[in-house]
Design a protein around this ligand. Structure first.
Ligand code: GLA
Length: 734
């Protein structure tokens, strides 16, 4: 997978791509390209390192003007020399500058992949799955080594990258910026695909064509954020869902990030992704190392769909962990939108009984179960059950729910503290706040300082007590504000810029401990809906709440965007009441369920208020979902018509298909985003079937050849009788 020849040309081969680097002009490491797989490299095709340059590197063969740092595709660029572009690294050095001159020193190649200290990352189970190369670059003046890590997966089109800085100087240095990946493309003929939005409008797909200058997405919120997901794809001009070259980048990190594509004066594009340098600074003492988080880089020459399936397989198989990694996930009923804070045991049990009748498997008790939590203005931090609402505590209610025949799950928001809480009265210094300033509240709450070991221990021990106090099978781990007033009472002034990253490391440390302590609990991550829908969280928790917006129309857009990167098994989707609590829209129960069946499935509405006909319909839905859930959660997703297809007619429809890995089953879903009278017809060409086989539509009994379904296609005509959604379930015939 990795070869390095005598001329120090590094070729990293994935299943169908090659990533090539070489050394030029006195050991500068340059990027020669990343493209469909090649077997040999003459060097004659690489991008120019000098063309139209004004500034040249100061090398011994200066007369030859054989390297312009300002032009060349530098593999890991620095600032302060003659590269005038945004750099991949900046360190405050003893001489007062940030100027590093990094040259190749040595490299190591080994089988497998090492974990990254204290950080989540993809992993191998067997060393044959991937090879890793570590390339050491050293500064010409200071004893500082920057190591670039590349893990190359044999059977996937994936390269994972991260970076390490080692301080060999006998004085402290401060890292101001350290990117996890940097790729210089010799072209700007790409569109940048990003997943952007807001609370209740997360991860809608946006495309913009690159132009000279900077195009960036970032989070400054201390979390990966609702507003921008830490994902970017550079989509080659002409590439589509099924054809063409796509480069996907996803950051395995849950805090501030930046992803930027800078197009220079020669049409080169430098792509960088890493921790956001804003409010970041890491002091590194003599002999210490600092590791950046991982970026997963996916290559496809078969379009966006193939890129998505590569991410999905990798994340399901080599990012998620634990007992539920490959397990079919339970159908849940969550009481949040059914009761909000207004509940007691009796009400919960009535809901659980109805849920049981409907075939639901797990009951989630959401916010409001602990003392004084009558609304969202108080009591976070006081994780003691409110016995006025729940006589007998979590033990009794969880046992009673189990007696009904449902497993029991619990909501917690452990990273927060309300000013009106006993915890805050006792430990006001545990909240992030800047000395001498009044901290700003969001949802009337503050964030605990997870950079502190004592706070981490308290959270772990408190949760351990709560999770042991009843029959708890599932936990929804919520996080409902972003980080502001970031300062830790525990750290000296010069370390305050470490707090944002230390917070994330503290969170990961707690998650590692708590998930190890409770291996049988299914954990679902949530952050006011989907503000932390990132691969960092998925390493600890195999599910994430996709959005607080469960309106079928909005969810079709949110889920389509989310599915560009993240697999269905992590995408938690519920059916809620109409009019929808976020949008006020009314959609049919059928449309809501068909939409929610794109991921792990559940309900979030007061079943006790539904009529018998609706309850029977829900029972049919849960029966159906149980029959397809393995297919949905672990199959291959193909987008047939996506919300970003810019065609007037197609924009009114969203359609996706899931095919089982053995190609025996395929579920096709069509949802109409706008109801239309006498809607125009559309042809739906299926994908990914066994081309030689015949398939039976299990709803109608009709038999089709796979070629008919994929080449001729199904003709779909909108009709009010479909109630906004249509499903086909195909089974391969022997
Ligand atoms: C957040 C979550 C919701 C719900 C509420 C409870 O908004 O995203 O699902 O749990 O908190 O306060």
């Amino acid at each position: 997978m990795i070869t390095v020849n005598d001329n120090k040309v590094f070729i990293l081969n994935t299943k169908s791509s090659s990533y090539v680097m070489s050394l030029v002009a006195n050991n500068y490491l340059v990027h020669e390209g990343w493209f469909s797989r090649i077997d040999s490299w003459s060097g004659n095709c690489g991008p120019s390192k000098t063309d139209r340059a004004l500034l040249y590197a100061s090398t011994p063969d200066l007369d030859k003007r054989n390297l312009s740092l300002d032009m060349a595709p530098i593999e890991f660029s620095t600032s302060g020399l003659s590269d005038m572009r945004y750099s991949a690294i900046e360190i405050d050095l003893p001489d007062g500058t940030t100027t590093l001159d990094l040259r190749y020193k040595t490299h190591r190649i080994y089988k497998g992949k090492k974990s990254i200290p204290s950080l989540p990352a993809t992993y191998v189970l067997n060393d044959d799955e991937a090879d890793t190369i570590e390339i050491d670059l050293v500064d010409t003046k200071y004893d500082i080594t920057v190591t670039l890590f590349y893990t190359v997966w044999e059977k996937r089109d994936v390269i994972c990258r991260h970076t390490k800085v080692h301080n060999g100087e006998n004085t402290e240095i401060c890292i101001k910026k350290l990117m996890s990946t940097s790729v210089d493309f010799a072209s700007a003929e790409y569109s940048m695909l990003q997943l952007s939005g807001a609370w209740a409008r997360e991860r809608n797909a946006y495309f913009r064509h690159l132009v000279p200058g900077t195009q960036a997405i970032e989070s400054l919120r201390g979390t990966s954020s609702h507003q921008q997901n830490p994902f970017v794809a550079l989509v080659n001009d002409g590439a589509t869902e099924d054809f063409g070259e796509v480069f996907g980048f996803n950051f395995v990190y849950s805090g501030n990030f930046i992803a930027r594509a800078d197009v220079d004066f020669c049409n080169n594009t430098r792509f960088l992704m890493g921790i956001n340098p804003y409010n970041f600074g890491w002091n590194l003492s003599t002999g210490e190392d600092f590791y950046s988080p991982e970026v997963v880089m996916v290559y496809s020459n078969k379009g966006l769909g193939d890129m998505s399936r590569t991410f999905h397989d990798l994340y399901r198989e080599r990012l998620c962990r634990g007992k539920y990694q490959f397990k079919e996930r339970p159908i849940v009923i969550n009481n949040w939108e059914a009761t909000y804070f207004d509940f007691d045991s009796e009400k919960l049990l009535a809901l659980a009984n109805k849920a049981k009748e409907c075939g639901i498997e797990l009951f989630v008790l959401d916010d409001g179960w602990f003392i004084n939590r009558k609304d969202d203005k108080r009591a976070l931090g006081d994780w003691i059950v409110d016995e006025k609402k729940l006589t007998g505590g979590l033990k009794k209610i969880s046992e009673d729910i189990n007696k009904v025949g449902l497993k029991f799950g619990l909501w917690v928001e452990p990273e927060m503290v309300s000013p009106e809480s006993n915890l805050f009265k006792e430990h006001s210094d545990w909240a992030l706040q800047i000395e001498g300033r009044e901290p700003g509240l969001a949802r009337t709450q503050l964030v605990l300082d997870l950079s502190r070991q004592d706070v981490q221990n308290w959270i772990f021990n408190t949760l351990k007590g709560v999770f042991s106090s009843g029959l708890i099978s599932y936990v929804k781990w919520d996080f409902n504000r972003c980080l502001a007033d970031v300062s830790s009472a525990k750290l000296p002034a010069k370390q305050q810029k470490e707090v944002l990253h230390r917070y994330v490391l503290g969170l990961y440390s707690i998650l590692e401990r708590i998930t190890a302590e409770f291996p049988d609990i299914l954990f679902e991550s949530c952050a006011s809906g989907g503000a932390r829908f990132d691969p960092g969280m998925m390493y600890y928790m195999p599910q994430t709440w996709t959005s607080d917006n469960t309106d079928a129309f909005s969810r079709a857009l949110i889920q389509a965007g989310t599915g560009l990167v993240y697999p269905s098994s992590v995408m938690s989707c519920h059916v809620s009441a109409v009019p929808n609590h976020q949008t006020g829209r009314i959609t049919s129960l059928k449309q809501r369920a068909c939409t929610a069946m794109a991921g792990t499935f559940g309900y979030e509405l007061d079943l006790t208020k539904l009529c018998q006909q609706e309850l029977s319909e829900i029972k049919e839905q849960t029966d159906f979902y149980k029959s397809i859930r393995h297919l949905v959660q672990y199959g291959d997703v193909y987008r047939l018509i996506s919300p970003w297809n810019r065609n007037v007619e197609t924009e009114k429809i969203c359609s996706w298909q899931v095919v089982s890995k053995d190609k025996n089953k395929a579920l096709v879903t069509v949802v109409w985003l706008y109801a239309e009278a006498f809607a125009p017809k559309r042809i739906l060409r299926l994908k990914g079937l066994d081309e030689k086989a015949f398939y039976k539509d299990l709803f109608t009994g009709e038999i089709y050849s796979a070629q008919e379904l994929m080449n001729a296609g199904l003709v779909i005509t909108g009709d009010s009788k479909y109630q906004g959604a249509l499903q086909f379930l195909f089974e391969k015939q022997n």
